[in-house]
Write a protein that binds this ligand. Structure first.
Ligand SMILES: [Zn+2]
Ligand SMILES: [Zn+2]
Length: 300
């Protein structure tokens, strides 16, 4: 009888494990590969952000962190195979989101990488013929290219072999997967371009953000063209030095105006939000449950 009960318990545990794993696969998940906080002992902490998104049969890497060696170590620790990615999204040009490209491109050099379109940016660009003024009366050695203007003028990239796809308008890159471009109007990052990933799910958008330099609400406004209801906002919210009162205003707006169901804040999160005594306690709840689960969160 005792043996039978033990077998019964074992079978129950196996059933629960299998059904919980199947449920996680069905709802999708985000696995944080790079951040500077949390209690997941097998990951190295560093400033920066990277998250692996698995949803609807797609496997997407969003950003690559601040240091290629740490990115490689964390991907290995989380048993993440970077060879079978459907595509990669780089939110913006800052080093704490791009440096892991040096590892990614070693293991998966052909992968398609969506990046913000910007002239003379880190991801390269092509300028139209005639972007500089020519002066025909000058001697050749004083003219660009000795007076022989190239048909197309390209600016370089630290990753010249990478398969970058430049994005400057909202784009559906796979059914239900949208890239949302925004431009910062904020002092310090003026005109910096940033891509966010919006996934349309039956419960609303899963909105993945890198640093939110243009502002969280600016990104939400742009994403509302896809779906005005956000179920989960995940990623960097750029609140490191934001005063408590501003954080509380934002928290109330995200809760009251935008009616976001869940928030999983990461990079550029500010631990002091607890002291802000925000009424939006889900902020903290999701943040803490995310960490305790070993940096993995269900998408819906
Ligand atoms: Zn940044
Ligand atoms: Zn950043």
């Amino acid at each position: 009888m005792h043996l039978t009960m033990n077998w019964f318990r074992l079978l129950c545990c196996l059933f629960l494990a299998v059904s919980s794993s199947a449920s996680a696969r069905a709802s999708g998940r985000a696995t944080i590969l790079y951040d500077a906080f949390g209690n997941s002992g097998h990951l190295k902490k560093d400033w920066g952000f990277s998250v692996l998104i698995e949803y609807a049969g797609k496997k997407i890497l969003f950003d690559t962190g601040n240091d290629a060696r740490i990115f490689a170590s964390n991907a290995h620790a989380m048993d993440v195979d970077l060879n079978d990615l459907d595509f990669v999204v780089i939110s913006h040009r800052h080093g704490d989101h791009t440096s892991g490209l040096n590892h990614l491109l070693k293991v998966n050099p052909k992968v398609k990488i969506y990046a913000p379109a910007e002239l003379f940016g880190a991801f390269g660009s092509v300028l139209p013929k005639g972007f500089y003024k020519t002066v025909d009366t000058l001697p050749d050695h004083m003219r660009y290219f000795d007076g022989a203007e190239p048909k197309a003028f390209s600016s370089g990239s630290p990753w010249p072999e990478a398969n970058f796809v430049w994005v400057d308008t909202a784009l559906e890159v796979a059914p239900g997967f949208f890239l949302i471009p925004t431009v910062s109007k904020v002092s310090g990052t003026l005109e910096l371009r940033e891509l966010s990933l919006a996934i349309d799910t039956p419960k609303g958008l899963v909105l993945v953000v890198g640093c939110s330099h243009p502002g969280v609400e600016e990104i939400l406004t742009a994403a509302s063209a896809v779906n005005s209801h956000v179920n989960l906002l995940l990623g960097g919210l750029h609140l490191v030095k934001t005063p408590d009162s501003d954080i509380e205003s934002l928290a109330n707006a995200l809760h009251g105006k935008w009616k976001i169901d869940r928030i999983a804040p990461g990079h550029y999160w500010r631990a002091g939000v607890r002291q802000a005594k925000t009424s939006f306690w889900r902020f903290l709840f999701i943040c803490r449950s995310w960490i305790s689960r070993g940096y993995s969160v269900r998408l819906h």
